[in-house]
Design a protein around this ligand. Structure first.
Ligand code: HEC
Length: 130
């Protein structure tokens, strides 16, 4: 979308100022999209680093049920299954993750995981379900 509007702007400018400036318009578009891609890439990396422990815990302890839907667990990335849970608010979701509910064991069975890591795993799942 950004790239397209830059192109339109570049074309409009090119037509107004110099008729045959295709090369410089192309260069403008290229540099505009290059600088535009720097920030999103950076923030994605930051998020991934922050949630690294959570993702690791998810894969080692939670995936058995939440990756497969075993025991009727809300599956990772299943928006319909997560929407009503997310709607309860993060504190309620965390409370259930810590204490367990039905087939969901307390701390998802990861009794050695600390609160911060457990929370990161829950946030990882919640984000995937949004
Ligand atoms: C033995 C299977 C199993 C494992 C392992 C498991 N879960 Fe669950 N989990 C469930 C089931 C089943 C539910 C649905 C509970 C219900 O709503 O009755 C659930 C629900 C949840 C929910 C939603 C709570 C809510 O608000 O309704 C969260 C968050 C959650 N699990 C986190 C985790 C985390 C984090 C781990 C790993 C550390 C984990 N679970 C491991 C079975 C499991």
């Amino acid at each position: 979308m950004f790239k397209l509007s830059q192109l339109a702007l570049g074309v409009a400018l090119g037509m107004g100022i110099v008729v045959a400036s295709t090369a410089s318009v192309a260069a403008d578009v290229a540099s505009a999209s290059a600088s535009a891609s720097v920030q999103p890439t950076h923030s994605v990396e930051t998020t991934a680093m922050l949630n690294h422990d959570g993702e690791k815990l998810y894969k080692s302890a939670c995936f058995v049920c939440h990756g497969t839907g075993a025991a009727n667990a809300p599956k990772l990335g299943d928006k319909a299954a997560w929407a009503p849970r997310i709607a309860q608010g993060m504190e309620t979701v965390m409370d259930i993750a810590i204490k367990g509910k039905g087939a969901m064991p307390p701390r998802g069975g990861a009794s050695k995981a600390d609160d911060a890591t457990l929370r990161a795993a829950v946030e990882y799942m919640v984000k995937a379900g949004q």
